[in-house]
Design a protein around this ligand. Structure first.
Ligand code: ZN
Length: 220
């Protein structure tokens, strides 16, 4: 039998009550790999931390926390222009880990004058062993909400045509001309979006022990 003094009980009760109300905390581990160009990483450790902090601010109200390890890697090229250039990066993605690749520049596929800040990408190249591999790209020009937005794509969310949240369609989306116009962007998630990504994170966490035994693909 556990004995508690009445004072301890009084202190404990409000805590128990609060915990039952809040969503149980989930930690999503990221592997953030910063590419090097001309011999140095395209962005430094402080930049990476600022972006993770920014995403954590968006996720915190929903009991989601991002932790990360930072690695440096040499990409096949600094500027990604074509689809194929993006696919080439698949071998730099850790299988089973939620990987973010930081690149110097990624050109938009439809609007060559536009450089992306980030994109969720899925391998659709020629190598069967890499099929299904997907990851988040961020570029050196990204601003902090970009990581949260692209991770939400990774976690299964689409753009929300109603807008007013993190998944509001981007400025190049035809919906802004075609209408009905979405509500302006806000760096918040609605309850349904949060529920969906929490379910996905739970599945990623459940699959983790098997995933960590896999090794990085090392192409010859
Ligand atoms: Zn998007």
């Amino acid at each position: 039998m556990i004995r508690l003094s009445s004072l301890a009980l009084l202190t404990l009760l409000p805590l128990v009550h609060l915990e039952a109300q809040a969503a149980s905390p989930l930690t999503l581990e990221l592997v953030i790999r910063v590419s090097t160009c001309r011999g140095k990483p395209v962005r430094d450790a402080a930049w990476v931390k600022a972006h993770v902090d920014g995403a954590n601010k968006v996720f915190a109200p929903h009991g989601i926390h991002l932790s990360y390890t930072r690695e440096i890697f040499k990409p096949p090229r600094c500027n990604l222009i074509t689809r194929q250039h993006r696919h080439e990066l698949a071998t730099h993605v850790k299988p089973g880990a939620v990987t973010v690749l930081i690149m110097e520049r990624i050109q938009d596929l439809d609007t060559p004058s536009y450089n992306l800040m980030g994109v969720h990408w899925r391998y659709r190249g020629q190598v069967p062993g890499l099929m299904g591999r997907r990851w988040v790209f961020m570029t050196s020009r990204a601003r902090p909400p970009v990581l949260a937005h692209e991770l939400c794509h990774y976690l299964g969310l689409r753009h929300d045509p109603a807008g007013g949240n993190l998944m509001t369609p981007g400025p190049s989306d035809p919906i802004w001309k075609r209408g009905p116009r979405p509500k302006p962007y806000k760096s918040v998630l609605n309850a349904s979006q949060a529920r969906k990504i929490r379910a996905r994170i739970r599945r990623i966490i459940a699959a983790r022990p098997a995933a960590t035994t896999e090794k990085l693909t090392n192409p010859k």
